[in-house]
Design a protein around this ligand. Structure first.
Ligand SMILES: Cc1cc2nc3c(=O)[nH]c(=O)nc-3n(C[C@H](O)[C@H](O)[C@H](O)COP(=O)(O)O)c2cc1C
Length: 474
């Protein structure tokens, strides 16, 4: 049996994610994103297809860089209207047994104390089927709405994220002993106060004395996902991430990222194979090549150039409407996403004019991300990508929801299963166990979070617990 492909469905709690303009397709159900039934159906569909996780992206603001206005994005549903991704998880968890949920939360604008409790809650409610996609956020108006005059600089956002993680590791891994909750009716003790510790965190960005409010959840720290591929982003991923989403135009670029992050992780004392690597996949599949091509053309006719350019501007920092279309697009450091900024500049095999870049973005498949073909051709494409790049799996985007997902599950999954490279059934256990094997419910000892499990790290007696060793009466 070959290496088993890991699969996430890439989605967002909004009317349109990255399938720009395709909300207009009559089969698209995306406008139902406000209904729990819609999400429950998607979760059940993905579990039928033995997907590992539903990956829910999120942003903290409007895409308003293009034409220096939020109007193009708002008019065309570019990741707005947008609801909270975490709140739909419990309903989906209730109707599934194995599907996991990767929820995006920004470290730049959320607070670690509240975040730790929300994710412990979700890890309890999903019985350990939770991952956290850590992002540092690239939209300037998010900064303003969270009370900052301007966006924190790119690399500093990662410094802040590092400290955010220290705080949540302390809360998740160190604050509550495994046996703190005793529910001892005879002694009248629900939780032993001697086994709940303050964390006394006082750093550059956060002051959190603790203790954590939630008792230990199945995984304590949810599985950590990360997607930034800039130099600073890769260093961050090598230190913290268990699953990384790697973008890259060519197989060579992908392989470079994969190897670079594994090497960096090894230097930090981590097992490099303990990081699973994913890349994006967007397919149009049909029984015959002609049918797939017809669908491609139909979708292409609905593609929205303006929406795609608005998304590109927000994530890269380049408002292409303000450039001379005949000039070459040059890389410049922005405070947005550096990988996205490099996509058509540093990473492009040849120099491109602004017009050429706009035409690529403005055309379905112009960025090289959409593959149309038969189930066999799609399976070949996936296998080839895995072999050329060293990745472990894919993040499946979809043009029509849930139609494209259903087609993938009905046509491609059986083909992958026939080839012995896709699970026939789920492993038992938490997401971390499904990814890394039975018994790996918690982060491994070589992960930096493990250092915060040491009880001596929180030496101060905090609740005068000695007075409460006997019966506790109100
Ligand atoms: C597959 C994938 C998913 C992402 N999802 C999100 C997201 O949900 N929210 C977000 O703000 N950024 C998202 N990003 C952007 C990255 O998290 C990151 O902010 C961006 O790549 C900039 O980081 P960098 O400069 O280190 O590349 C995603 C990137 C990729 C490749």
């Amino acid at each position: 049996m070959g290496k088993q492909i890991l699969m996430n469905a890439f989605d967002m709690n909004c009317a349109m994610h990255n399938s720009h303009g395709l909300w207009k397709h009559p089969d698209n159900q995306r406008h139902r994103y406000k209904d729990l039934e819609y999400w429950v159906d998607i979760a059940q569909l993905l579990e039928r297809g033995k997907f590992d996780a539903l990956f829910l992206a999120d942003v903290a603001g409007i895409y308003d860089v293009y034409r220096q206005s939020g109007a193009p994005a708002i008019r065309d549903g570019v990741q707005v209207p947008l609801n909270d991704p975490a709140l739909i998880v419990p309903a989906m968890a209730l109707v599934t047994k194995h599907l996991s949920f990767a929820v995006t939360v920004t470290t730049t604008y959320e607070h670690p104390y509240a975040h730790a409790r929300r994710f412990s809650t979700l890890d309890h409610l999903t019985q350990g089927r939770l991952a956290w996609n850590i992002v540092t956020s690239y939209l300037p108006n998010a900064a303003k709405n969270y009370g900052l005059d301007e966006m924190i600089k790119h690399d500093e956002r990662y410094e802040l994220a590092d400290e955010f993680l220290q705080v949540v590791y302390k809360l998740w891994e160190g604050s509550w002993d495994e046996d703190a909750v005793v529910r001892d009716v005879d002694r009248n003790i629900y939780t032993d106060p001697n086994k709940v510790r303050k964390i006394h965190h006082a750093g550059t960005y956060f002051k959190v004395p603790g203790p954590h409010l939630s008792e230990p959840s199945p995984q304590r720290t949810p599985v950590i996902y990360q997607a930034g591929s800039s130099e600073r982003g890769r260093a961050f991923a090598a230190k913290h991430a268990e699953c990384v989403f790697v973008g890259g135009q060519t197989p060579e670029a992908l392989r470079f990222y994969v190897e670079d992050m594994r090497n960096q992780a090894e230097k930090l004392g981590r097992d490099p194979q303990s990081i699973k690597m994913f890349t994006g996949l967007n397919v149009i599949v049909a029984e015959t090549k002609e049918e797939a091509q017809l669908k491609f053309e139909q979708y292409a006719s609905l593609w929205s150039r303006e929406a795609a350019l608005a998304q590109f501007a927000g994530s890269s920092g380049y408002d292409l409407s303000a450039y001379d279309p005949d000039s070459y697009l040059e890389y410049k450091n922005t405070n947005h996403g550096q990988t996205r900024a490099a996509q058509f500049t540093t990473f492009a095999p040849k120099k491109l004019t602004v017009k050429e870049v706009m035409d690529r973005i403005g055309t379905l498949g112009g960025q090289g991300w959409v593959f149309a073909g038969t189930p066999q051709e799609v399976a070949d494409h996936m296998q080839e990508k895995m072999e050329l790049t060293g990745i472990d799996g894919f993040n499946l985007a979809h043009l029509i929801t849930p139609g494209s997902l259903r087609e993938f599950i009905d046509l491609v999954v059986p083909e992958l299963q026939r080839r012995g490279i896709y699970k026939l059934d789920y492993e038992e256990g938490t997401l971390r166990e499904k990814l890394f094997g039975q018994g790996n419910k918690r982060l491994p000892d070589h992960h930096p979070a493990a250092q915060y499990r040491n009880k001596d790290a929180y030496p101060t007696p905090i609740f005068n617990a000695d007075q409460f060793t006997g019966d506790i009466h109100p």
